[in-house]
Write a protein that binds this ligand. Structure first.
Ligand SMILES: Cc1ncc(COP(=O)(O)O)c(C=O)c1O
Length: 400
């Protein structure tokens, strides 16, 4: 058999799925496993959105649509960008794709040549470096550690930009840390972006999931760099619509057209029924988002309070998204049943096997010896999860 492409051999599979899969296998074997690995809201899609999809099917709206998206969805996106983000786009500057992930990939295909560099702040969402590698470009990671609230400084960005740098992937609110950049911090980064002329792919998928009165600021609002920014968003997180697969981007016409060209040869339009539903989600204001964020806030506070009391665990209170990202360095080197916890991956194995709780290791997010705990789970599951986490950390604390 001929070999696989070098490109695909250099790409890792989505690491978040490994522990989700382990949890599923144990559950299938009849074991009660708490899974805190989810990257999606545990709420149902709002009823009025589901009804729009049902109507679309009844009306036989089940064929190919325009490649970039149906007019009513493009209009809803233009209005959403204007209302929520102060971003002015013409419908011709919007491309609807099969999820924000797909939008980001289309952009990378559209702007990157072999060997171009794309800057990513670490910890990062697992797919960024892998997608960069898939287009034969090179991910350049810049450390955004706990000591800087998981944010990069303008000086760090300036240092890594040179002739081969094509873009920065920017994510605020961020997965996995929940960090949210302020307007001032974004404006300082924008100075560097303006000076150097690189693109910014701004992934704003968690824009609506914010706490403590924190406000989201779109980097594309900084007028000096407006034309360098590709703003990506979607309906997955804000409207509990992960399975519908609708994401979108807004960019200068040249980039939007290039991304649309890539899409036209790979998937064509996003799902017709889901487009109708997404148009309703974006256009019709509803209390569902507020209610969901309120509930996430309650869960975040509960988890923070409980985990802050665990000796050795250090964690920051996230301002957005629905994850906690504690450092587990204090538990590395502990011995358990003849083996040793060498790192975050061993720790996640320990938790899933010993305590039946599934978590995600930080390493694939570019943060060794951290773990990601999703609180997109019911309070009942979180309470059970906390008992198991405390039990596991206690066992390890008492180990040598
Ligand atoms: C930071 C970030 N961007 C994008 C996505 C993907 O969103 P979508 O479902 O719209 O493809 C995720 C999903 O987990 C994410 O965490």
């Amino acid at each position: 058999m001929k070999s696989l492409s070098l490109r695909v051999q250099h790409v890792d599979e989505s690491a978040t799925l490994v522990f989700t899969q382990m949890a599923r296998q144990l559950q299938q074997a009849g074991i009660d496993v708490v899974s805190l690995t989810a990257g999606e809201p545990d709420f149902p899609t709002p009823l009025h959105v589901k009804m729009a999809a049902i109507r679309a099917i009844e009306e036989n709206f089940t064929h190919y649509t325009a490649n970039r998206g149906i007019p009513e969805l493009l209009k809803a996106i233009v209005e959403k960008f204007e209302k929520d983000n102060c971003l002015a786009f013409d419908p011709s500057q919007i491309v609807v794709s099969c999820g924000a992930k797909h939008s980001i990939y289309n952009v990378l295909q559209a702007i990157c040549n072999k060997g171009d560099e794309v800057v990513i702040a670490a910890p990062y969402w697992v797919s960024y470096p892998q997608m960069v590698k898939l287009v034969d470009a090179v991910p350049i990671t810049v450390s955004a550690g706990e000591e800087s609230n998981f944010k990069i400084a303008p000086s760090q960005l300036r240092k890594v930009i040179h002739a081969k740098t094509k873009a920065l992937i920017f994510n605020s609110p961020a997965n996995p840390t929940g960090t949210v950049y302020t307007q001032g911090e974004i404006e300082e980064l924008a100075d560097v972006i303006h000076e150097t002329g690189i693109y910014v792919i701004s992934d704003e998928i968690y824009e609506k999931v914010l706490y403590d009165g924190v406000k989201h600021f779109s980097i594309g609002c900084v007028k000096e760099i407006r034309d360098q920014v590709i703003t990506v968003n979607g309906v997955s997180k804000a409207y509990a619509m992960t399975g519908w697969r609708i994401g979108y981007l807004g960019a200068v016409k040249e980039i939007a057209q290039a991304a649309a060209k890539v899409q036209s040869q790979v998937t064509s339009n996003a799902n017709s029924i889901a487009q109708r539903a997404a148009a309703v989600a974006l256009a019709a204001p509803s209390d569902d988002v507020t209610m969901m964020v309120h509930e996430f806030n309650r869960r975040r506070d509960f988890m923070m309070e409980q985990l802050s009391a665990v000796p050795g665990l250090t964690l920051q209170k996230p301002k957005g998204a629905f994850y906690l990202f504690p450092s587990v360095k204090a538990f590395v080197g502990k011995r358990w049943k003849g083996g040793m916890i060498r790192d975050d991956v061993d720790l996640c194995n320990f938790f899933v096997n010993e305590e039946h709780i599934a978590l995600v290791p930080g390493s694939p997010f570019g943060a060794k010896n951290y773990i990601r705990i999703s609180y997109a789970a019911s309070m009942k599951e979180l309470e059970k999860g906390i008992r198991r986490l405390k039990s596991g950390f206690k066992k390890l604390s008492e180990a040598y």
